[in-house]
Design a protein around this ligand. Sequence first.
Ligand SMILES: [Zn+2]
Length: 273
Amino acid sequence: MPELPEVETVRRQLDPVLTGVRIADVHARRPDLRTAFPPRFRHRLRRQTVQAVTRRAKYLLAELSSGETLMMHLGMSGSFRIELPGESRQALGLHDHVVFDLASGARVVFNDPRRFGFMDLLTPAEREQHVVLSRLGPEPLADGFDGAALARACRGKKTSIKVALLDQRVVAGIGNIYASEALHVAGLSPRRRAEIVATPKGVPRESAHRLAAAIKKVLNAAITRAAGAPYRGSRFRVYDREGERCRRVRCEGVIERRTQAGRSTFYCPICQR
Ligand SMILES: [Zn+2]
C-alpha cells in the first residue's frame, strides 16, 4: 500500500504536468472505484485549469479554477501513468479507470487493479468541513511541524508514542512503517507514553525535537528512494526486520516485534529508550 512518501512522489510527478494546465476532457471508464464518482464528474472537471497539486496525509488534492478540489486517494494499488505531449498513446487497459486529456497534449491515466482508490470533488465548503481533511493534524514535512508542534499534540497523552504517531490528529499520514522507523532514528522506545515528549505544560522536551527531526528524516529519505528504487524490505532500519541485527553503529541489539493497537511495531530493545 502506498505510504506518505510514495504519495508525495506521485504528487511531485503530477504537479509539473497538471499545474497551470487546463483539463480538455476527462473520462471515467466505469461508474465507481471504491466509491461512486461524484455527480457530474466529467462536467465539473472539463475545461477547469488545475491551479495546484497538493497533498494532505495520503490524499492528493488538485485545486481547480472553479474553486472545487479534486480529491484523490491511491488506495492499495492506484497509480498514475503520465503520457507527455508528443508521446505515443498506450492502449487503455482493463484497470485504466480514469483518463485526463490535458490542453497541453499530455494525458494522465489513473490505473487501479484493486479499486480501493477513490476520486471525489469537493466544493470549498465541503473541503472545509470534510470529515477526514478537517481533522488532520500537521503535515510532517511542513515547516510548521517541529518539536513544539509534536509536544503540543502529545501533551498529556497516556497512549504509547508509537500509537500516537499513527493518530492522524497528532501528525498526518505517517503510517505504520515510518512510525517504527522514526522512533528508531530518534532512539525512543515505542512503548513509552506519548506525553513524555512534553512537559505537563506542553513545552517540548529534547526528545520531541529529536523525534520531529527523525520523522522528517525518514520520510525525506523514503521520498528520495521512492523516486528511484523499487519497493524493498531491506531498505528499512527496523521495519519487518524481526530477529535481525540492529543497524545502529555499535549497537548489538536484535530487532523485536510487538503488537500495539493491532499493528506490528519493530524496534531495538537496546538503543531505543
Ligand atoms: Zn539498537
